[in-house]
Structure formats: structure tokens, C-alpha cells
Write a protein that binds this ligand. Structure first.
Ligand code: S5P
Length: 264
């Protein structure tokens, strides 16, 4: 598509959400379209990953509720590391309730996600109220939202019309929604009217899946063939003997695929 053939920086002007503009520019500046899915259960491990891998990533993705020893020092330390290494924090919360409830879940509770996560995400399943509820909290804080248009897992119900309706929901809320969790740029065959960012999990160069339905593709398949923008890599990096060496490999593979895609 026409957007996928442009550089991240060139595309920044087409986004209404400030955070998307920030992310697009930071990717070209750091030469990385790699996001780490830091699915570890202790705060020491989480912060160590952020500090070690920070130089090679554009987005640090968390599941903050899997930490056994969470306390409010964690978001503080993560924020400092985000500034030190120039990356954005994405809490992969996958909100999925009515607008009024997700608003409270985003703002309040133990984690107070809106106060520290630049990016979070939501399932479109409840209807557009979920976006409006999250927006009331997130927009004044200059946050951004991703909608789950597709999933990487086997048998996912998020496909076909559901994914296309998700695209339409995002298009009506471009001030806050700047992209998707998805497996390919949508729509595939029409010229796109509006640009969105696609962040794609289910990436590994070594495995084809796990025992619980996860399905993996390579950085080339994701960025070059499917036109997605950010590769999200979890166990293939933090589970390796040398996570830094592995992160460098994925950064290079993702970046080369992007260079090939944008070559004129
Ligand atoms: O469709 C999806 C959406 C997400 S956000 N499939 C996914 O796997 N994820 C997340 O990406 C998942 O919650 C996990 O944090 C990460 C994939 O981890 P990996 O270890 O399989 O790379």
C-alpha cells in the first residue's frame, strides 16, 4: 500500500494523535521497529530488561499485573528508563468492558495505568463506548490507544468483518486511536484512506508456535509481506541465553525488512 512504502517520519504528518507522531519519529531516529514483550514476573527482572534492551527498542510492552512484587516504584523506574533510553511504554491491558468500567480500570486501582503507560490497548468487542470511556481518561494525558483488530493465536474469533469493523471504529476516533494490534495491514486490496500503525505480536525466527495456541511468523513476513510497522517479540528474546544479542538480531531483521519495504 502507499502508506507502507513511506518512511515512518514521512507518515508522521498524517496522524492526529501526538503519541503516534512521537513514536514514528523515534523509530527512524533510533533505527528500530522492535518492541519487547517483557512478560516476566518480578520487578527486578522487568527493570533489568528495560535497561538492557532499552537501546534497541522503540516500545517496551508490559503485562504489569503478572508481577508478583508490584509496587508503585515500578512505573516510576520504568518512566525513568523510558527517558534514559528513548522508548515508549505500552501496557498490554486488553481492556474489554463497557465504557464506564474501563474508564475506572484505566485510571484507578492498584496500577493506575493511565498515569504511566504511554500506550494501552482494547478489544473492540463491547462496541465504541470502550473507546470513548478510555479516551476521557487518556486524551487529557496525551495517551494513545491501539485496538485489537486481529490476534496471533490459533482459532482467534477476531477476523473478517470483525477486523474491518475495528478499522472503522478506529477511523472515527483518530484523535486517540492511532493503530492496531494485528497481523496485517487492513484493508489489503483497496487504497487506504487513512494511515494507522500496526503493531504485531507472534514473532519468532526460531519457533513456529507454542503449546498453547501461539503462532509465530518472521520479521520479514510481518513487515515486508504483511505491511506491519512494529514487531513485538517476547520469549524469543527474553527467554534466550543472551537477550541483548537476540534483541540486536531482531532489531536488525525488522529494520532491514522496513528498509526493503520503503526502498524506491
Ligand atoms: O494477538 C496477540 C496480541 C498480543 S498483545 N498475540 C499476542 O501474543 N499478544 C501478546 O504478545 C501476548 O500477550 C504476549 O505478551 C506477547 C507475545 O509473546 P511471545 O513470548 O509469544 O513472543
Amino acid at each position: 500500500s502507499s502508506f507502507a512504502s513511506q518512511t515512518y517520519t514521512a507518515r508522521a504528518a498524517g496522524f492526529a494523535n501526538d503519541l503516534a507522531v512521537q513514536l514514528l519519529k523515534l523509530m527512524d531516529r533510533k533505527k528500530t521497529n522492535l518492541s519487547i514483550a517483557a512478560d516476566v514476573t518480578s520487578k527486578a527482572e522487568l527493570l533489568q530488561l528495560a535497561d538492557l534492551l532499552g537501546p534497541y527498542i522503540c516500545v517496551f510492552k508490559t503485562h504489569i499485573d503478572i508481577l508478583d512484587d508490584y509496587d508503585s516504584s515500578v512505573p516510576e523506574a520504568l518512566t525513568a528508563l523510558a527517558e534514559k533510553h528513548d522508548f515508549l511504554i505500552f501496557e498490554d491491558r486488553k481492556f474489554a468492558d463497557i465504557g464506564s468500567t474501563v474508564k475506572a480500570q484505566y485510571q484507578s486501582g492498584v496500577y493506575k495505568i493511565a498515569s504511566w503507560a504511554h500506550i494501552t490497548n482494547a478489544h473492540p468487542i463491547p462496541g465504541e463506548g470502550i473507546v470513548h470511556g478510555l479516551k476521557e481518561v487518556g486524551l487529557p494525558l496525551k495517551r494513545g490507544l491501539l485496538l485489537l483488530a486481529e490476534m496471533s493465536s490459533k482459532g482467534t474469533l477476531a477476523q473478517g468483518k470483525y477486523s474491518m469493523d475495528t478499522l472503522a471504529m478506529a477511523a472515527r476516533n483518530r484523535d486517540f486511536v492511532f493503530g492496531f494490534i494485528g497481523q496485517r495491514r487492513l484493508p489489503l486490496d483497496e487504497p487506504e484512506k487513512e494511515d494507522f500503525l500496526y503493531l504485531t505480536p507472534g514473532v519468532s525466527m526460531a519457533q513456529s508456535g507454542d503449546s498453547l495456541g501461539q503462532q509465530y511468523r518472521s520479521p520479514e513476513q510481518v513487515v515486508l509481506e504483511s505491511g506491519c510497522d512494529v514487531i513485538i517479540v517476547g520469549r524469543a528474546i527474553y527467554g534466550a541465553a543472551d537477550p541483548v544479542a537476540e534483541a540486536k538480531k531482531y532489531q536488525e531483521a525488522g529494520w532491514n525488512a522496513y528498509l526493503q519495504r520503503t526502498r524506491r
